[in-house]
Design a protein around this ligand. Structure first.
Ligand SMILES: Nc1ncnc2c1ncn2[C@@H]1O[C@H](COP(=O)(O)OP(=O)(O)OP(=O)(O)O)[C@@H](O)[C@H]1O
Ligand SMILES: [Mg+2]
Length: 333
């Protein structure tokens, strides 16, 4: 932890995402972000390997017979050694198939936040909304995150990701509207009126779904599809390139699934307050970033009647930091 972090006693916003963990701080009325990939890889322990990693200042920890390299350094190492990175989280919560998951997240959160500058410093951290009726491990995930943050001396409060987006993006409409975050493990959505959540839900078709499905039909690795998607993909109809076509097909499926879920969840809400005015819908998260996403999303939304009047549908100006910023704004309230 550097001096600036030690002196920072204000609240923090923390986005605990399936692929990235982002912290937001409020420095001189400007928001500052720091992030790490929520990923790791292991290499067999040897004294030499450990001293080389130390010398190169690589973020790592020895765990029994393994050296665990975590965060942004994991991706660099994966490229060098042609390994796949592993993920501590799956579909928005701790990955039940990864024995290292909790230890890795503890390390990454510790690196990003450091110890609280004063006992009880506030942190709002994002949690997913349930997919369907079942808990899906959210209670365990939330309790584990609370513990990690409390161990560091913070006073943690969970905030659902969709509501965090409302806080981060919809200040000009009095925190009334629909916030949607399209991430890697989930799309989270929240309809809020005057900052009070009226309905929240998540769907499991998001960035990882697109990578996995496109990889399955092209015979490629999901990681390679992800890199291509992030570097050069645009949602622009079918072409002669089969990888682009596969990404397009599953992007369209993800968008149809999300717009369908928005429609059906809002229609099914019986205690929907009477809205006098049309409300905005804002989209954020890494999965909204390819050119053409907003147009495809808007077209899918217009294809059938929508249960509330929308004043605008727009993309966040800073889609990767929106949840952390919103968690910070909620913590500052
Ligand atoms: N430029 C880009 N174009 C397309 N997709 C992108 C781009 N940048 C990131 N992504 C995708 O966005 C996803 C990560 O987004 P984000 O960081 O919002 O997710 P997360 O918050 O970690 O996950 P979740 O909210 O589901 O737990 C990944 O699927 C990644 O491949
Ligand atoms: Mg997210």
């Amino acid at each position: 932890m550097n001096n600036a972090e030690q002196e920072y006693t204000q609240p923090l916003g923390l986005d605990v995402g399936t692929s990235r963990i982002v912290v937001a701080r409020n420095a001189d009325k400007k928001y500052q972000y720091d992030s790490q990939l929520n990923a790791f890889l292991t290499i067999p322990y040897s004294k030499l390997a450990e001293s080389l990693l130390q010398r190169e200042n690589v973020f790592h920890e020895v765990q029994g017979p393994d050296i665990v390299v975590a965060g942004n350094d994991a991706e660099k190492f994966a490229e060098v050694f042609h390994l796949e990175t592993r993920r501590p989280m799956l579909h928005g919560v701790l990955n039940p198939h990864e024995p290292h998951s909790l230890a890795v997240i503890r390390r990454i959160v510790g690196k990003l936040l450091g110890r609280a500058a004063m006992e009880g410093q506030r942190v709002f951290f994002s949690v997913p909304a349930p997919v369907g009726e079942c808990d899906g491990g959210i209670a365990y995930h939330e309790a584990s995150m609370r513990l990690i943050l409390a161990e560091l001396g913070y006073a943690p409060t969970p905030i659902q990701e969709g509501l965090a987006v409302v806080f981060g993006e919809l200040g000009t409409s009095n925190f009334t509207g629909i916030g949607v975050s399209c991430g890697s493990g989930l799309c989270n959505a929240c309809l809020a009126v005057l900052s009070v959540p009226v309905l929240s839900f998540a769907v499991a078709k998001a960035g990882d779904f697109i990578d996995r499905q496109a990889a399955a039909v092209t015979g490629d690795l999901a990681t390679r599809l992800r890199v291509q998607k992030e570097q050069s993909f645009r949602l622009n109809g079918l072409t002669s390139d089969r990888t682009v076509n596969a990404l397009t097909v599953y992007y369209q499926e993800m968008i149809a699934n999300l717009t369908g879920a928005l429609r059906s969840h809002i229609s099914a809400t019986q205690r929907l307050p009477k809205l006098d005015q049309a409300i905005p819908l804002v989209l954020c998260g890494g999965t909204v970033m390819p050119k053409g996403f907003l147009e495809h999303f808007s077209t899918a939304l217009r294809a059938q009647e929508f249960p509330v009047r929308l004043s605008e549908v727009r993309l966040s100006a800073d889609p990767l930091n929106s949840t952390a910023r919103g968690a910070l704004m909620a913590a500052l309230c």
